[in-house]
Write a protein that binds this ligand. Structure first.
Ligand code: IMP
Ligand code: MG
Length: 183
């Protein structure tokens, strides 16, 4: 059974993703060129796993990668605003240049919580790169240093983003057929 059959339409192609990730990677390399210690990429599991893998290679400079997991929506498509840390970082980030890598900025509630939590650990710098940002949906203002693409306010899947843990392995970003959603 092919996962492609469940997609109504592709909104960002594999080629567009690759091109944008290369651009952002080059920008990050330039921006952190003077840093004394390697940039620490903090990817938010599980959605950002694919993005950070490509982004880290696109940066082509010294980086370290760590992961955090926070509670997500379960199998629904609505943001609850309730965030819990399910897996914390392995690294101590005090004094480090930290770049949080997110898959999608929707309401901003997840990132707001995460940034406040990480800031309390006294990193040298703390910035955000998000692959996608949902236009007009932010309930709390989040200052993203790097944004891949602005997307319309629709539930999207692919390239790490899931619906009920499925479709993360689509190479593009797309919208599911209406009949796939349970709610
Ligand atoms: P926020 O707290 O509302 O900004 O939600 C952020 C998280 O919700 C993301 O890291 C995703 O895991 C998930 N999410 C939000 N919108 C979508 C979507 O359209 N598709 C898949 N996951 C989403
Ligand atoms: Mg999710």
């Amino acid at each position: 059974m092919s996962i492609h059959a469940d997609i109504d339409r592709v909104i960002i192609t594999e080629e567009q993703i690759a091109e944008r990730v290369a651009e952002i990677g080059a920008q990050i390399r330039a921006d952190y060129a003077e840093a004394k210690r390697p940039l620490l990429l903090v990817a938010v599991l599980r959605g950002a796993a694919l993005f950070v893998a490509d982004l880290a290679r696109a940066i082509q400079g010294r980086v370290e990668i760590d992961f955090m997991a926070v509670s997500s929506y379960g199998s629904t498509t609505k943001s609850s605003g309730v965030v819990r840390i399910l897996k914390d970082l392995d690294e101590d980030i005090e004094g480090r240049d930290v770049l949080v890598v997110e898959d999608i900025l929707d309401t901003g509630l997840t990132l707001k919580y995460l940034l406040r939590n990480l800031a309390s650990r006294r990193p040298h710098t703390l910035e955000v790169v998000t692959l996608l940002s949902k236009t007009g949906k932010q309930q709390v203002p989040i200052d993203c240093k790097y944004t891949g693409f602005n997307v319309p306010d629709e539930f999207v899947v692919g390239y790490g983003l899931d619906y009920a843990e499925r479709y993360r392995n689509l190479p593009y970003i797309g919208v599911l057929k209406r009949e796939i959603y349970a709610d």
